[in-house]
Design a protein around this ligand. Structure first.
Ligand code: NI
Ligand code: MN
Length: 228
C-alpha cells in the first residue's frame, strides 16, 4: 500500500513500493514544512499549477534529484526550459509511468509563474489522479467546486481525496463537503488552510461536516504519514 506524508499546504509525498513522488512541494516559505527541499529525494514531481505555493521548490528538487516533473504541457515546458526533466500531459489525458498511472483533471483556478519580467500565463491549471500500488489518490490542486467531480469519482473510485478548504482562493469548507459528496472517496483529507491569514479554516469543522453527511474524513497532521 502506498504511503502518504503531509508537509503542510498542498505539499505531499507519495511512497510506492519502489518510487517516491512529490506533489506541489512548496517548502521554502511554507511555515509548516518541517523538511528541507534537499531532503526530499524523489523520482517524480507532480505540479498542479505554477503559483509559488504549488510549484514551490519543485524545479530545484527535480533538478537536484534528476526527477521528472509531470504537469500540463505549458508548465512542463516551462520547467524544461529551466533545466528540469519534464513529462508534458494535459487535462483528460492519462499516462503510465514506472510507478503507476497519472491522469490530469480540470481545476477552476489560474496558472501563472512569477518571472523577473512579471507574471507568465501558462494555460489552465490541473488536478491529479494518481493510480499506484492498486490505490487511487485524487489531489484537487487549487479549485472551486465543480459538478464534474461526480464524473471523476464515478469513473475512478477514489481511495483518498485531498481537497482545499481554505476559501478565498479555492473551495471553502462547505463547498469542500459538497465535493466529498460528489467524489465519494473512501477518505477525504483537507489541505490548503491556515498557511496564510487569508485561508484560515478549521479542519475539524470540515471533518465533522463530512462525517455528518455520512462520509469519512480525517486530518493529516504536518509531518504525519498514513498508508492508504
Ligand atoms: Ni493557486
Ligand atoms: Mn494555492
Amino acid at each position: 500500500m502506498p504511503k502518504l506524508t503531509y508537509y503542510g499546504h498542498d505539499a505531499f509525498l507519495i511512497e510506492t513500493e519502489r518510487h517516491r513522488i512529490a506533489i506541489d512541494p512548496f517548502i521554502t516559505g511554507n511555515p509548516f514544512a518541517a523538511v528541507q527541499p534537499e531532503d526530499l529525494k524523489v523520482d517524480y514531481v507532480l505540479i498542479t499549477h505554477g503559483h509559488g505555493d504549488h510549484l514551490g521548490d519543485g524545479l530545484e528538487i527535480a533538478k537536484q534529484c534528476g526527477a521528472t516533473v509531470i504537469s500540463t504541457f505549458e508548465l512542463a515546458g516551462y520547467c524544461q526550459r529551466q533545466g528540469a526533466k519534464a513529462h508534458p500531459m494535459h487535462i483528460g489525458g492519462a499516462h503510465d509511468f514506472d510507478f503507476g498511472r497519472v491522469k490530469l483533471t480540470i481545476a477552476h483556478h489560474g496558472n501563472t509563474v512569477e518571472t523577473p519580467s512579471g507574471f507568465l500565463s501558462l494555460g489552465p491549471p490541473c488536478g491529479l489522479l494518481v493510480f499506484a500500488d492498486g490505490r487511487t489518490l485524487y489531489h484537487a490542486g487549487d479549485t472551486g467546486l465543480f459538478l464534474d467531480m461526480q464524473l471523476i469519482g464515478e469513473m475512478h473510485p477514489i481511495d483518498v481525496a485531498l481537497l482545499p478548504i481554505g476559501d478565498n482562493f479555492t473551495m471553502g469548507i462547505d463547498d469542500a463537503v459538497k465535493a466529498v459528496e460528489l467524489l465519494r472517496p473512501k477518505l477525504a483529507v483537507p489541505m490548503h488552510y491556515n498557511t496564510f491569514d487569508l485561508i484560515k479554516a478549521d479542519p475539524s469543522e470540515f471533518v465533522s461536516k463530512v462525517q455528518s453527511a455520512g462520509r469519512n474524513a480525517a486530518i493529516l497532521r504536518v509531518g504525519e504519514t498514513m498508508t492508504y
